[in-house]
Design a protein. Structure first.
Length: 437
């Protein structure tokens, strides 16, 4: 009997998965015929992890520590890791999110040497008062760059409106004042608590094998058992009420930006089913195939980038809609009206199927690219799942599931609004340029 489509998809998406004696989760997708390999070393430690108990001691961090630590991991007593990656020919980078920090590189040659640089720099942190002081000035400039981004200010502003005390209110990079409080002791505490192998994932895709990755792990002691530190994340109780219903700021932009945020019940760890279901609902309401999106676009009410996204981390789940518009209140009302219409009538079955197929396509398409494949494996592994499990879960979602979920989310009484208005300087600059011409 021929395999059904679902079985073929699951087999295609299968990756090699192994948990080492140290606790590290290793995932590998060998991709014969590809010249490059992409590797990601990720930890479940992000900007929201600011309060935790390490053993019998409580640790409380200022905003921005996870991002600061990401920068400092590239520096040790032997010099800068970027310079070492340059010698191997690898292209390296890193990023910090609300709930994770990821270190990565892409290499076409000297893969073993690049793996040694990656595992060595993350496994042997080195901090001093002097190196921290130097980095504070560098990151201070990065913080100012984020302050000039209207897209990022929208997300931060919405989170400030939606949440009373959850650390998602704070910018991932922190503030100039908060990073000034960082000490070597804080960074070492974070490494001990969250950079333990049992809290990390190593994912590789491309011209490699599980044997090659495991050999690198063995060279760095990751095949040996390690005693696990007792770590407990501490989160303050967060009510379902809003901290603020509305917020407006002015920035040097040419067109007004706006955001609508809906505060939802937090999802349990690993509940990617609800997250995927929410994304499908958003696709049906305001995705590119929806009647609302077509109307907003045709009437020039929003820019093409208007859309919704689900933001969920430990203790927090919200749904955000953002875009540019000269008539944000009109867009807001049209969106609310559409949500209520779909709530009463149910999602359009044809659009739901198209959105679901689009999600299938995204999952499978990522398997054809070494960077996307490794990233996808790491993202799901941090939630304790595989790509194949995601495909199986997606196959089981129905329009009826979406109808049921929509009865409990996107409630107007839990909605906050964020506006960014032009302060006039951007328009003035354009007028000055025209005059000079």
């Amino acid at each position: 009997m021929a395999e059904n489509t679902q079985s073929v998809l699951e087999r295609t998406a299968a990756d090699q998965w192994k948990v080492l004696p140290s606790g590290l989760t290793v995932l590998v997708r060998p991709m014969p015929g590809y010249s490059g390999t992409h590797v990601i070393y990720a930890t479940r430690f992000g900007s929201i992890d600011r309060d935790f108990r390490l053993g019998e001691r409580e640790v409380h961090l200022p905003a921005g520590v996870a991002h600061f630590l990401e920068h400092k991991m590239f520096e040790d007593e032997d010099g800068d890791a970027f310079a070492k990656f340059a010698k191997t020919g690898a292209n390296a980078n890193a990023f910090t999110a609300f709930d994770r920090t990821c270190y990565l590189f892409t290499a076409t040659e000297q893969l073993d040497e690049s793996l040694d640089v990656l595992l060595g720099m993350v496994g042997h942190p080195y901090f001093t008062e002097q190196t921290i002081a130097k980095e504070q000035g560098i990151i201070g400039q990065e913080i100012k760059m984020y302050d000039d981004s209207p897209d990022w200010r929208l997300i931060t502003g919405l989170c400030e409106c939606l949440y009373h005390s959850h650390p998602i209110r704070s910018d991932i990079a922190g503030t100039v004042e908060s990073i000034a409080e960082i000490t070597p002791e804080m960074l070492y505490d974070c490494c001990k608590a969250f950079y333990a192998p049992g809290n990390m994932v190593l994912a590789a895709a491309g011209n490699t094998s599980m044997e090659q990755i495991l050999a690198a792990c063995a060279r760095h002691g990751l095949m040996d058992e390690r005693p696990a530190e007792k770590v407990e994340r501490l989160l303050r109780p967060e009510p379902m009420t809003l901290a603020a219903a509305e917020k407006t700021i002015a920035m040097p932009i040419a067109k007004s930006c706006f955001g609508l945020g809906f505060k939802e019940e937090p999802l349990p760890f690993g509940d990617l089913r609800s997250e995927m279901l929410y994304e499908l609902i958003l696709c049906c309401i305001c995705g590119g195939m929806s009647p609302l999106y077509r109307r907003l676009y045709d009437e020039g009410l929003t820019n093409p980038g208007f859309g919704g996204e689900v933001l969920r981390v430990d203790g927090c789940c919200c749904i955000l809609f953002t875009g540019e518009s000269d008539r944000p209140d009109t867009v807001r009302q049209l969106l609310l009206d559409e949500i209520e219409r779909v709530r009463k009538e149910g999602v359009d079955r044809e659009i739901f199927t198209l959105c679901k197929n689009e999600k299938y396509g995204q999952l499978i398409e990522n398997l054809e690219n070494v960077e996307d494949s490794a990233s996808q494996m790491a993202d799901f592994a941090l939630a304790g799942q595989t790509v194949a499990q995601q495909i199986t879960m997606l196959a089981g979602l129905t329009a009826e599931d979406a109808d049921a979920a929509l009865q409990h989310i996107l409630r107007p009484e839990r909605m906050a609004v964020m506006y960014i208005e032009p302060d006039g300087t951007a328009v003035e600059d354009e007028e000055e340029e025209e005059t000079e011409e």
